[in-house]
Design a protein around this ligand. Structure first.
Ligand SMILES: NC(=O)c1ccc[n+]([C@@H]2O[C@H](COP(=O)([O-])OP(=O)(O)OC[C@H]3O[C@@H](n4cnc5c(N)ncnc54)[C@H](OP(=O)(O)O)[C@@H]3O)[C@@H](O)[C@H]2O)c1
Length: 249
């Protein structure tokens, strides 16, 4: 029987690759993101390579608690419990200002975009999740090495490392695993927008042991494993995937 997998941030980058990986396994996949046109495009891209893929989409802002009832209504309408939840939604918005108000705005945005998006998705999914299911949250190498600017993005991601231990203990009695993936630099995503100069990209790649950027399919494979039966004993872990990138500057 096919599993129901929910992927937030599924219209681009690592989330889209993750949705594709589950679709390849004939899972039923719900794609969540804020912009419906981008979700439709992602769904079309996946079904063009996988005709018959069972893909649904919901345009939801996962930083808003109002998204919970809509997520739960959708799950109930499928008649399936959620077997896997992968929370890729996240972003690093820079306020650009140096006054206290701008700095605080950046910290609040970082927390809302990277922590609350996960908390809201988890709290929405857990009541409709299968015993034995899996939760994967997306952190970043920035949680270990800082993120420049005001430091808000890296600090927000680090909050997920603590959260996952609490989740694993709380949900372990139901056989539900909870883990964090902390990626280094992955190419082919929209994450950096126009902030990634050629020089910065060269630096990020040069900091890896493997001398290359990650491919979104590699992060997707890790998330897939963590939501699989063979990965079921892995819980309460923060797993780095960064090509051997060293930490620091
Ligand atoms: N790319 C990297 O090298 C890298 C490195 C370290 C960590 N990460 C982390 O990995 C995760 C995935 O990053 P990515 O590179 O795939 O980013 P991306 O290409 O920018 O994709 C982000 C996705 O999240 C969605 N999203 C953002 N905010 C949302 C919200 N509030 N509610 C619902 N959906 C939301 C976006 O769609 P909408 O904008 O339409 O909502 C999009 O689908 C993020 O948490 C990021 O912090 C990425």
């Amino acid at each position: 029987m096919s599993r129901l997998i929910v992927v937030t941030g599924a219209s681009a980058g690592l989330g889209k690759a993750t949705a594709q990986r589950f679709a390849e396994n004939n899972d039923k996949v719900l794609l969540i993101g804020r912009r419906e046109d981008r979700l439709s495009k992602a769904a079309a891209d996946i079904t063009s390579s996988l005709p018959g893929a069972d893909i649904d989409l919901l345009a939801l802002d996962m930083s808003e608690a109002d998204s919970v009832p809509r997520l739960q209504e959708y799950v109930k309408s499928t008649g399936l419990p959620v077997s896997g939840l992968v929370c890729c939604a996240g972003s690093a918005l820079l306020s650009g200002g140096e006054d206290v108000k701008s700095v605080l705005t950046e910290w609040q945005d970082a927390y809302q975009s990277n922590v609350l998006t996960s908390v809201i998705a988890v709290e929405g999914a857990v009541p409709v999740m299968a015993d034995g299911g899996s939760i994967v949250l997306y952190s970043s190498i920035a949680a270990y090495r800082g993120s420049g600017g005001t430091g808000a993005y890296g600090a927000a991601k680090a909050a997920l490392h603590s959260y996952v231990h609490t989740l694993a203990a709380r949900l372990g009695p139901r056989g539900i695993s909870a883990n964090v993936i902390a990626p280094g630099y992955f190419a082919g995503t929209d994450f950096f927008g126009d902030r990634l100069t050629a020089a910065r990209e060269t630096l990020l790649v040069s900091q890896t042991a493997l001398g290359r950027a990650g491919d979104p399919a590699e992060a997707a494979e890790l998330g897939f494993y963590l939501c699989s039966e063979p990965g079921g004993y892995v819980t309460s872990q923060v797993i780095q995937i960064n090509g051997g990138s060293y930490h620091g500057v």
